[in-house]
Design a protein around this ligand. Structure first.
Ligand code: ADP
Ligand code: ADP
Length: 226
């Protein structure tokens, strides 16, 4: 688990677009922080900088007290969940869950323990031998989350992980995510353009507009004093 701190962070893309403008944000250890705002406000860019998938133009980013500006994604001990699942179609659910750990040369018994635990937590036990094509959207999204969970990272980063699901499933998955966070208590940064999702999931919500932080507060305070 880890605190994530952005201090005066800017992102200017090569074309000259300033996607993130002087972002100051402290995400506490174990906190569920939601970044919300309209399309193009810089949410994904901010998340991708935390992940190390995008270079920081100016400012400082620390994870667990360590400056990570120049650290590659692999050295950041964080796991990212995407909206398009990014599952391997030729592998079973079990193999998908284990794959990242195998790459990292995690001992076999440890891989088995973690896969079993994640599958139980996500209700995926009945589907371990299936391939992604034989799963529902909700099941696939849970496999994608399972792949992040088995890493036992310091932080989870999620970019609109529920946006490909239908409305009913989205509500279910929100509840599951909330439970999961209560259980694991891992620092989470969650990007969405959906205000309801932001208010339901966030311990705090950071509202972005044109690359700038407008407000950051608990859902209750934002709702009472918008
Ligand atoms: P959001 O996630 O809130 O929709 P983004 O972070 O994706 O916003 O984008 C913020 C701004 O940066 C937008 O103006 C977008 O067009 C621009 N942008 C995003 N990615 C790139 C890129 N790779 N190159 C140039 N501009 C980009
Ligand atoms: P569908 O997409 O076909 O509606 P789901 O993927 O939502 O199916 O769910 C498949 C089964 O898994 C259901 O029995 C559902 O109750 C159960 N389930 C859904 N989410 C969870 C969860 N987070 N933990 C445990 N079981 C779940």
């Amino acid at each position: 688990m880890a605190e994530i701190v952005l201090s005066g962070v800017d992102k200017v893309y090569s074309g000259g677009v300033k996607a993130v403008d002087n972002l100051n944000l402290e995400i506490k250890d174990g906190e569920f922080m939601v970044l919300v705002g309209p399309s193009g406000c810089g949410k994904s860019t901010a998340l991708r900088m935390i992940a190390g998938l995008e270079e920081i133009t100016a400012g400082t980013l620390t994870i667990g007290g360590k400056v990570v500006n120049d650290l590659p994604p692999k050295s950041r001990d964080i796991a990212m969940v995407f909206q398009n699942y990014a599952l391997y179609p030729h592998m079973t659910v079990e193999q998908n869950l284990a794959f990242g750990l195998k790459l990292r040369k995690t001992p076999k018994a440890e891989i088995e323990r973690r896969v079993k635990e994640a599958a139980a937590m996500l209700g995926l036990e009945p589907y371990l031998k299936r391939k992604p094509a034989a799963l529902s959207g909700g099941q696939r999204q849970r496999v994608a989350m399972g792949r992040a969970i088995v890493r036992e990272p310091q932080a989870f980063l999620m970019d609109e992980p529920l946006s490909n699901l239908d409305a009913k499933l989205r509500v279910q998955m929100r509840a599951s995510l909330h439970q999961l966070h209560e259980r694991l208590g891992v620092t989470t940064v969650y990007v969405t353009h959906d205000q309801v999702e932001a208010m339901t999931l966030g311990d705090r919500v950071a509202v972005l507009k044109d690359g700038k932080l407008q407000q950051v507060d608990t859902p209750k305070n934002l709702f009472d004093h918008p």
